[in-house]
Design a protein around this ligand. Structure first.
Ligand code: PEP
Ligand code: MG
Length: 564
């Protein structure tokens, strides 16, 4: 028995047997019958057509089942596979007498290596997508059979995994993932999260070698532990935990649509974070009370030009209508940092998280901002909309943005376009500057929403995507908690509501504390909603807990109190 330590990215417990999704390419290549240049070209075109069709079918399937993250990623694959530069490189190799499968793999590898050499971690991670496309076409050319999963619970294990492999995993058989590499921004992990697959990453070199095909393991996604060859007692213990979670989820589902109030009577709105308009469907199913954060940048990603005002309007209006009487908080473009938008041609930055990001781009490119604001204001006619500005550090940014919002509003009214009479404007409090200046910023805001993902990284000077310093990234760090407290106090002193929409909102360990700090709203991914609502109902909302915790010196002490 051995325990390996990694980093749990998707929490939960999974029990199963290891399977390596690696294919023995060489065996297939050795059997491949290479034809003339014309024949290889023809075989390539046939495989390409089939792969393009396969991706298009997968996009339709993902959209029909509400797997919107998967659909977005597959759409990005569509643009890679139809890229003329890639095709030119493949055909050039075939003309130089390479076999079609080798030409495909070499061309994709060349581009992948180029991406791996880039500084931007987001772009580096795209190398896996390109390799994935290469493998897909080469598999078709070599007639490699699809992965076959045994009937027992399976845990996939690999140094890295292709997003298309995650997208096609049978949900009834694969229960977990172990990856050597990967951070929260890799597409494969975004999809694993969306599917609720328990995932552990970041094993140090040599640790993966301890795992062989068929090894029995338990993944503890909360502690980031992999228990290799567990004893019967350990299996029984973890099986009981899995069962407990299932019972709890079924229990919580029954009360998902009910409002959440602490035992001392404080009502807390529980809303959803969504990145793609279709995600509102799952959010409504999980009992959301509106949307607390619509990350509009995802509507701008996975394409090669800006969405028009009409396209944006349709996307926003769809969500607003599905929110019915509840509020839909639409955040303006938060591009930059780990979310670049290549077609905007923003010069490469040494430090993108501290660079041209979010509101800074919107104010430097009023054309972009005005188009987006017009679309949001038009959508406001269909329900209850609020506009939220990301990455604010100064009151002047709010004033400048509001000036543009008012201009867009009067233009629309002059054009006779329907706009809601009241569209509140608020900000994300996600920089230390915003938290410190909250009393001043509140003068110009109708609400605050605390973005703990960025507030944690900027407060602690810890890159939220960097595994090497992830042990320091903790929203329970008292420095972060004090900023949260300052923000809530400033909002309430001014009489405006304050929510929290970072990952902390969906962290069940934090609920009691957040309720006692006096937050009015928590916004999170759809699957967390029922459990957080239940946790609010079990919280007493007593301010004493917050007071006590705010005196703590370390995150460990905070966690220890909350665990009691
Ligand atoms: C945050 O920073 O907490 C947040 C919700 O915004 P994002 O994760 O999109 O940066
Ligand atoms: Mg943020």
């Amino acid at each position: 028995m051995d325990t390996l330590q990694g980093r749990g990215i998707v929490a939960g417990v999974a029990i199963g047997k290891i399977m390596f999704p690696v294919k023995a390419w060489d065996a297939y290549l050795a059997q491949y019958q290479q034809g003339t240049v014309a024949e290889e070209t023809q075989k390539y075109h046939a495989a390409h057509r089939q792969a393009v069709q396969g991706i298009a079918d997968a996009v339709v399937k993902a959209k029909a089942t509400g797997s919107t993250e998967t659909a977005t990623i597959l759409e990005a694959h569509q643009s890679i596979i139809t890229d003329p530069v890639l095709e030119e490189s493949i055909l050039g190799r075939i003309n130089s007498r390479a076999s079609a499968p080798l030409a495909v793999r070499a061309a994709c590898e060349e581009i992948a290596v180029m991406f791996l050499g880039l500084k931007d971690p987001y772009l580096r991670e795209r190398a896996a997508d390109i390799r994935d496309i290469g493998s897909k076409m080469a598999s078709l050319l070599l007639a490699v059979p699809a992965l076959e999963f045994p009937d027992e619970a399976t845990i996939l294990c690999a140094a890295e995994i292709a997003p298309s492999v995650v997208a096609n995993l049978p949900e009834d058989k694969v229960v977990g993932l172990i990856l050597g590499q990967g951070s929260e921004t890799t597409h494969a992990i975004i999809m694993a999260k969306a599917r609720g697959l328990v995932t552990i990453v970041g094993l140090v070199e040599g640790q993966l070698d301890k795992l062989t095909e068929g090894t029995a393991v338990i993944l503890d996604g909360i502690k980031g532990e992999i228990i290799v060859e567990p004893t019967p007692a350990e299996v029984a213990h973890y099986q009981a935990l899995v069962h407990e979670r299932q019972v709890l989820a079924a229990e919580n589902a029954k009360t998902a649509s009910w409002p959440a109030k602490t035992t001392n009577g404080k009502r807390i709105i529980v809303a959803a974070n969504i990145g793609n308009p279709l995600e509102i469907e799952a959010a409504v199913r999980h009992g959301c009370e509106g949307v607390g954060l619509l990350r509009t940048e995802f509507i701008f990603m996975g394409r090669d030009s800006l969405p028009s005002e009409q396209e944006q309007y349709e996307a926003y209006a769809y969500v607003v209508k599905r929110c019915q009487e509840h509020l839909c908080v639409i955040r303006t473009l938060d591009i930059g940092g780990d979310k670049p938008l290549p077609y905007l041609d923003i010069p490469k930055e040494e430090n993108p998280y501290l660079g041209l990001r979010a509101i800074r781009i919107s104010l430097q490119r009023p054309d972009l901002f005005l188009t987006q604001v017009r679309a949001i204001l038009r959508a406001s006619a269909h329900g209850n909309v609020a506009l939220m500005l990301p990455m604010i550090i100064n009151q002047s940014e709010i004033l400048a943005a509001k000036g543009l919002i008012n201009r867009a509003k009067s233009e629309l009214l002059d054009e006779g376009v329907a706009v809601s009479t009241y569209v509140p404007v608020g900000i994300m409090v996600e920089t230390p500057a915003a938290a410190v200046m909250a009393p001043t910023l509140a003068e110009e805001c109708d609400f605050f929403s605390i973005g703990t993902n960025d507030l944690t990284q900027y407060t602690l000077a810890v890159d939220r995507g960097n595994q090497a310093v992830s042990y320091l990234y903790d929203h329970f760090n008292p420095a972060v908690l004090r900023f949260i407290e300052m923000t809530i106090k400033a909002a309430h002193a001014r009489g405006i509501w304050v929510g929290l929409c970072g990952e902390m909102a969906g962290d069940l360990q934090a609920t009691k504390l957040l309720a006692s700090m006096g937050l009015d709203e928590l916004s999170m991914s759809a699957t967390a909603i029922p459990m957080v609502k239940e946790a609010i109902r079990n919280s007493d909302g007593d301010e004493g807990l917050a007071r006590r915790i705010l005196r703590m010196a370390t995150a460990e002490e905070v966690r220890a109190i909350l665990a009691k």
